[in-house]
Design a protein around this ligand. Structure first.
Ligand code: SF4
Ligand code: SF4
Length: 270
């Protein structure tokens, strides 16, 4: 079965450099592989999701972009679910030549799915294999990005409300279920990270056995090998305050604390 190739141009926000995208396109050309360029998968998934239904026209596809888990959940947001499609995903940081030589792909013409919106496509997607619907992200976000749907699931309702380059809510998620595909670090960018902490099911089982809840949670946090979790709550507060245009007293106070603290803000807005 010959596969259809899709390549993400990462036009807005540029998680993947233009040089890298061009290198991949040249390699596909050299190998006479036809492809569809999606100018910005993140942006198209929100602004023109129907354009991505093209994935359903092919039994097997290859998608070149960033982190596999990120792309899977971006596509899911546009209604292209992993269970109903067969899409192999590759990070464009990989060397192209050796990978492409193994592919059996369709030759021929090139297509483009354009992205011409001014909006920088920065927003979270939720990995529902990890999310426990605790609602912490929704409570934390000041900009109404999240809401709870009729079934009690927390969903990303208003992605455009999200503040550019601010990953703060992802840091507060106890399950590391929130992905910002254009962020520079894993696992927030959809990289796997090291999920060596106890699963929530394990924790619930321990709590049901009447063990000390606070100790269980403290041990769980301690057992995490993910550097991301260090000082994350504090960093999240700082980033949220930096990105806020809300001038209420609480946020102003947070900003003052940040100045005094002189800490780095990942979104570089202060
Ligand atoms: S972050 Fe990933 S999915 Fe989003 S536009 Fe860039 S390469 Fe594509
Ligand atoms: S904080 Fe994480 S686990 Fe809780 S609802 Fe949000 S995404 Fe799901």
């Amino acid at each position: 079965m010959q596969k259809q190739v899709f390549i993400c141009g990462c036009k807005s926000g540029a998680k993947i450099s233009k040089d890298r995208v061009e290198k991949w396109k040249s390699t596909l050309d050299e190998n006479k592989i036809g492809y569809t360029l999606i100018e910005d998968l993140c942006g198209v998934a929100v602004k023109n999701p129907d354009a991505l239904l093209v994935f359903k026209e092919h039994e097997e596809s290859i998608l070149l972009g960033c982190q596999s888990r990120a792309m899977e959940h971006i596509l899911a947001k546009a209604g292209i679910r992993a269970c109903c499609t067969n899409i192999e995903k590759y990070h464009m940081d990989n060397e192209c030549a050796c990978i492409v030589s193994d592919w059996d792909c369709k030759e021929g013409k090139k297509n483009t799915i354009e992205y011409n919106d001014d909006w920088v496509s920065w927003y979270p997607v939720i990995d529902y294999l990890r999310c426990s619907s605790c609602g912490k992200c929704k409570e934390f976000c000041l900009f109404s990005v999240y809401k709870t749907d009729d079934f009690g699931n927390v969903i990303v309702d208003k992605p455009e409300n999200c503040k550019d380059m601010c990953p703060a809510c992802a840091r507060t998620c106890p399950e590391q279920a929130i992905i910002f595909s254009k962020f520079k670090e894993s696992p927030i960018d959809g990289g796997e990270g090291e999920m060596e902490v106890q699963s929530s099911q394990d924790v619930i089982a321990q709590i049901q056995k009447n063990e000390d809840v606070y100790k269980i949670l403290a041990d769980r946090r301690k057992s995490s090998k993910i550097p991301l979790l260090k000082n994350q709550e504090k960093l999240a507060e700082q980033e949220r305050a930096c990105c806020s245009t809300n001038t209420d007293e609480k946020v102003e106070k947070q900003k003052e604390e940040i100045k005094e603290d002189n800490s780095d803000c990942a979104c570089n807005c202060c």
